[in-house]
Design a protein. Structure first.
Length: 180
């Protein structure tokens, strides 16, 4: 293998790795956590997750506090990619506010208000009747449409078989008349 082919293969492998890495980061959030002992941890989680767990504690994901930045570590050093980002600290289960860079301290009063709000929300979720999903017109009449379609295909095949049978009998009569 000559040098040009080898370099092309290396570049192709790097490009495929970068594309795969960018695609795997899509729909994910980079979570940064600073512990009480000033150690820092990072995790990638799905944007659809409602929480993240660090050191046995559950931290809520607040989507309106998501910021973005250009990641340029690892393979992304060659191909920077824009990622979603949240920063947490040990003293609050909520992420830092990117608008004013303040940290939300969770005092007993705040926790009590949050618990009341969660209680009311869960009460109304359980007390409201489940709404029936309205089917679209096509989905509602799909069984009837399929039955009619089967009947039409069957009639078409039956009528064509009779025409073919008449043609075959005419051909058979011609062959017999020629053979005599």
């Amino acid at each position: 293998m000559d040098l040009q082919t080898f370099m092309f293969v290396i570049m192709l492998i790097l490009f495929v790795a970068a594309v795969y890495s960018v695609q795997s980061k899509r729909g994910q959030i980079l979570i940064h956590y600073t512990g009480i002992d000033k150690t820092e941890e990072e995790k990638w989680i799905s944007i659809k997750s409602g929480y993240v767990i660090f050191r046995g504690r559950k931290f809520d994901i607040v989507t309106r506090r998501i910021t973005s930045f250009w990641l340029n570590r690892g393979i992304h050093y060659l191909f920077p990619t824009k990622v979603n980002y949240l920063k947490y600290s040990w003293y609050s289960r909520f992420p830092h506010d990117p608008d004013n860079y303040t940290n939300v301290w969770e005092t007993p009063e705040v926790r009590n208000a949050i618990n009341k709000a969660e209680l009311v929300k869960s009460y109304f979720q359980t007390s409201t009747p489940a709404t029936a999903k309205k089917q679209s017109v096509i989905m509602q009449y799909l069984p009837l449409i399929s039955i009619v379609l089967v009947i039409l295909v069957g009639f078409y095949l039956y009528s064509n078989m009779q025409v073919m049978q008449e043609q075959l009998s005419t051909l058979d009569n011609m062959i017999r008349s020629i053979a005599k």
